[in-house]
Design a protein around this ligand. Sequence first.
Ligand code: ATP
Ligand code: FE
Length: 366
Amino acid sequence: INILGIETSCDDTGCAIINRNGKILSEVCHSQNLMHLRNGGIIPDIAQDLHRMHIEPTVTKTLEEAKLSMEDISAIAVTLKPGLPLSLVIGMKYAKHLGRRFNKPIIPIHHMQAHALVARMHHDIKFPFLVLLISGGHCLLAVVQDVDHFQLLGESMDCAPGEVFDKVARSMKLRNVPEYSTICGGQAVEAAASKATNPNMFKIALPLAEYRDCNFSFNGLKTSVMYHLYKKEQEHKIVAHELIPEVNDLCAAMLMATTRHLIHRTQRAMEFCKDNNLIPEDRKQLVVSGGVACNNYIFSALQMLCNETNYNIYRPFPKLCTDNGVMIAWNGLEKWRKGLDITTDFSTLDIEATSPIGESLIDKVK
Ligand code: ATP
Ligand code: FE
């Protein structure tokens, strides 16, 4: 058994092959990051053109590096939801093309489920487990009961933390610092924050402090950072390409506020799981994944929370936290093993821009 995984939900053209044991035989990822950094954000038409240009060479290279041909592939796993429609459609069309040409089944994959499940690839994590997904487009807490059974406890009511990191980094002009010029906003904010000397000079309120549910909100936090930035720019009479002198402190204040909010909600989710017997008391596991999980400040704060609550915490390797083909192939293998969603009738397969990760328990979380 070899599973080929294809990921094109956003701005990375990713492909990977894993074998029956979940060993990675090859992985190739073409990132559009630099192009989108130059444009100040993702322009869907441009993302689609780049996926169209890179999908075939990426898949071909993945097969070559694994020294396999399509004959050796058992099934094609491909992200169909959620994501940018113009991006998703390229992966779907190419998967269908390969499936028809080589007579292979397709396994449709939910991108956020793949972010969560990939943690099981290199760690011994049993169902059920609690997952915190923090990425460029999402922020959610869920209980993963099985490969195809997710229970949503809470999610962001506005924007996602990765998106806020990227926007704030752009407004602070971090890209004008040579060492930050080629990394994403989240990494730049983390690096700048590590050089802070007085992060407490900026006050940022804890979002949804008075609510006891598991939902998130990052809009207020973003507005607050933008306001502090504006005030400092006025104060120092900052011109075009200059950064404010307090940029490191503001990054740290923002990272700390984000972390406090994530911790607050995760703690709430742990209580809810306890009250409702969703997670067995003798095997409490928290998985944190998605691009923002690469952040070591956020991760160590979560580690501390888990220490206090007797949870074991797991995080995929950084490369597997951000978008990649491996997590799609892995989710494909998990479905293959259980005989889930494997299809040769491609007319039933279509993309979806938005799609809940699973049944919602949100109303019950009070
Ligand atoms: P989604 O998975 O919700 O559809 P996405 O696939 O675009 O969104 P990912 O690839 O999982 O998101 O993650 C990308 C995001 O992770 C970016 O917004 C980026 O700023 C953020 N990120 C990456 N590294 C770090 C870091 N060290 N600290 C904080 N954020 C980070
Ligand atoms: Fe993602």
